[in-house]
Design a protein around this ligand. Structure first.
Ligand code: NAP
Ligand code: F7E
Length: 374
């Protein structure tokens, strides 16, 4: 890439998990990166703070909301991007059951507004478009593992909204010749994962519990199985998709699946804890059976570490997903580099460091007590 005229990328959702890794990656490739940030009365830039400091000449933030079609067209016109990565979304499947119309507006119509902007501004020959599609499209999948040819059977408002986005992306590719691609991504996590998603809820919850901050982690369906990869590996593949001469859709996955219970045990193991499960379904709980090392000074054998709370059960669950990324390997030479135990270890280490910092700052109760008068 020419240094005096770097490629320009427009990244929606830049403040999110993937957006922050994507911005980092694109900057490392020499791009000028323009990120869309939602206006907010409190700071929402924690994940991109280092980039704002380190690359002020090549990293630009624009305030706006994906649901503002005119605002999106204005930004696309201003930035004239070579590549758009549409990563912004209401990305919580559980939340989509409580906010289905909002989820549809952001997740289905948002990508349409960007595609229309590319088309109407006459940028079809210049601007390439990446849509963050999802394994939730497969829903109650008809076959395992799922690939680019597996039929879609979404079973959440999130999955259904993302199905529209998938379809409209493919339609603009075919109808108007846009270089527009869907990445059908299976779950991917990192220390930057939002705190409401199950892996982060577990690593953060256990790390805090181990340091005497907070109570047992409360979870829903322990038997759900997911194909979990590392977000850093997955943004590299999103970029590779837009570098192909012809636009195509790809599944991005590790090909391995594990249950929520497996992940809980892996995270506990990282803290030197062996768990004993008791009960079943809505009354299941997990207790400390053995402790090794000094990572969990606040816990004793027999302490509860996890309780099932039926409020976390979903109206409709996707019981199991596992992806087949053979096409990505063959066409683009992509393979995930991080295994699930490595991912879990990285997340636990980051959350344990944060919990230790928080515990160290805590004022002991006795120090807060009123002095007894003499
Ligand atoms: P995330 O951490 O939840 O980030 C979502 C981003 O979208 C945040 O920056 C958020 O801004 C922004 N956003 C939400 N609503 C917006 C709106 N109306 N206008 C502008 N920005 C808005 O999600 P992620 O894990 O990085 O996922 C990135 C994309 O991949 C999403 O589209 C998600 O649906 C999709 N996906 C994720 C996975 C996964 O496992 N991570 C798998 C498949 C597909 P705030 O910071 O202000 O909230
Ligand atoms: O749930 C179960 C839950 O919320 C995973 C998003 O990035 O990946 C993500 O969606 C599983 C589900 O992710 C709790 O029922 C149990 O079976 O971490 P999650 P998700 O729903 O798979 C897809 C590919 C996306 O596209 C989405 O944007 O874990 N589970 N107990 C729980 N889940 C949560 N959140 N909280 C619990 O307490």
């Amino acid at each position: 890439m020419r240094k005096d005229h770097p490629k320009a990328a427009f990244v929606t959702g830049v403040t999110g998990q993937d957006g922050s890794y994507m911005a980092e990656f694109l900057l490392s490739q020499g791009y000028a990166v323009h990120g869309l940030k939602r206006p907010s009365s409190v700071s929402n830039t924690q994940r991109i703070e280092p980039l704002m400091q380190d690359a002020p000449q090549r990293f630009f933030l624009h305030e706006g909301d994906l649901t503002d079609s005119a605002g999106m067209a204005r930004l696309v016109q201003q930035v004239q991007p070579d590549e758009i990565y549409n990563l912004a979304a209401q990305s919580r499947v559980d939340v989509s059951f409580d906010a289905p119309a909002y989820t549809a507006t952001v997740d289905a119509l948002g990508p349409l507004y960007l595609l229309e902007a590319i088309r109407l501004l006459g940028l079809a020959g210049k601007t390439r478009f990446y849509q963050a599609s999802t394994s939730e499209l497969f829903g109650h999948a008809e076959e395992t593992p799922q690939s680019e040819t597996t039929p879609f059977r979404p079973c959440s408002p999130y999955g259904v909204a993302k199905l529209y986005a998938y379809g409209i992306t493919a339609t603009y590719r075919r109808a108007y010749g846009l270089h527009a691609c869907n990445g059908i991504l299976f779950n991917h996590e990192s220390p930057r994962r939002g705190e409401g998603f199950v892996t982060r809820k577990i690593t953060r919850g256990l790390a805090r519990l181990a340091q005497g901050l907070g109570g047992p982690v409360s979870l829903g369906n322990l038997d759900a199985r997911r194909d979990w990869g590392h977000a850093r590996d997955y943004v590299r593949m999103q970029w590779l998709m837009l570098q192909q001469p012809e636009p195509e859709d790809f599944v991005i996955a590790t090909g391995q699946s594990a249950s929520v219970r497996d992940f809980l045990c892996l995270a506990a193991d990282e803290l030197g804890l062996t768990l004993r499960f008791q009960g079943a379904g809505a009354t299941e709980a997990a207790f400390v059976a053995r402790i090794e090392g000094d990572q969990a000074p606040a816990l004793r054998v027999g302490d509860p570490v996890m309780v099932v709370d039926p409020r976390h059960f979903r109206p409709l669950e996707v019981p199991a997903l596992c992806g087949d990324a053979t096409k990505a390997g063959k066409h683009l030479g992509w393979r995930p580099e991080v295994t699930l135990p490595q991912l879990c270890a990285e997340m636990v280490a980051a959350d344990l460091a944060a919990a230790r910092r928080e515990a160290a700052l805590r004022v002991p109760d006795h120090a807060m007590a009123e002095p007894v008068g003499d």
